[in-house]
Design a protein around this ligand. Structure first.
Ligand SMILES: C[S@@+](CC[C@H](N)C(=O)[O-])C[C@H]1O[C@@H](n2cnc3c(N)ncnc32)[C@H](O)[C@@H]1O
Length: 272
């Protein structure tokens, strides 16, 4: 198989930050090399992060899923340590080069992660998370691009998120099909997560489409988080005063979540 690994360097301005990234002018979708180009959802999410730095400040370590060229994750690395991940080896090579081009005050690691891997494939990443308890902040842009990808994407998110009330998966999303719009809410609920569109983030993107940032949190902790989010913002995300969950609790939640969500969905559909 021939893969083109010739890239051009571009500077992306996000808020007051400038990132130099190697990008391909056109990706082949045939061999899942979509990560070689910059997708509008990456810019949308990066701009949201730049406008809301308190989301990242004080975070002990963030993780990006399906990083591609890594724009949101590398912006995040200006504020806290970050692990960038992708499943494609060609994409991982350019991602590592982009990480080297943008070294900043915090550590950046690039790791292989395939969302469809078994629970064991997450253990080395979980071992790198603060206190081995999972991550407070997950990022992903244009990773919810097909119905088929959604179950494994949200399974990955549920295994990697910490069980703290403030932990959040921020998703840069471009709407291409109503079935995927709905699927995001349903597949997140199936693993115990609740999705909401962040008000004020919806806007047109190239191609006559619309994009938005979605916030995905543990359903059973989301309310607690909403109540004290302003207090958390005021004291930063240090987290030292928050007890961490055990990894068993994370896996139990990922297991129980679907069960509870399934019951809720059945009840909902029965009523229709
Ligand atoms: C549409 S691209 C988006 C890339 C980048 N996040 C952006 O917004 O520019 C989708 C990315 O997800 C990655 N990806 C797709 N399926 C994956 C899987 N099962 N596990 C991990 N990464 C995956 C691809 O390699 C690609 O980098």
């Amino acid at each position: 198989m021939f893969t083109n690994e010739t890239y051009g360097e571009r500077t992306y301005k996000v808020g007051e930050h400038s990132l130099r990234l190697l990008c391909s002018p056109a990706a082949s979708t045939d061999y899942d090399l979509t990560g070689q180009i910059m997708w509008p959802a990456a810019q949308l999410l990066a701009e949201y992060l730049a406008a809301n730095p308190s989301i990242m400040t004080g975070c002990q370590c963030a993780l990006e899923l399906g990083s591609g060229l890594g724009l949101p994750g590398l912006l995040c690395a200006q504020f806290c340590p970050v692990i960038l991940t992708d499943h494609n080896e060609v994409v991982l090579r350019v991602l590592k080069k982009n990480a080297d081009l943008n070294r900043g005050p915090h550590s950046v690691r690039c790791e292989h992660l395939d969302w469809s891997g078994d629970a064991g494939s997450y253990s080395s990443l979980l071992a790198q998370s603060p206190n081995r308890q999972g991550f407070e902040l997950l990022l992903g842009s244009d990773v919810a691009y097909s119905l088929k990808a959604l179950p494994s994407l949200f399974k990955a998110a549920s295994l990697l998120l910490s069980m703290q009330p403030h932990s959040v998966f921020l998703l840069g999303y471009v709407s291409r099909a109503a079935s995927i719009d709905r699927g995001i809410f349903l597949e997140a609920a199936a693993v115990g997560l609740r999705t909401r569109e962040v008000p004020g983030t919806r806007k047109p993107v190239p191609g006559g489409l619309e994009g938005a940032v979605y916030e995905v949190r543990w359903a059973h902790l989301a309310q607690a988080s909403e109540v004290d989010r302003s207090a958390a913002g005021a004291r930063g995300r240090g987290g030292a005063d928050r007890p961490g969950p055990s990894q068993t609790a994370v896996i139990a939640a990922a297991t129980l979540g679907p069960l509870l969500a399934g019951l809720a969905l059945t009840a909902f559909m029965y009523r229709q």
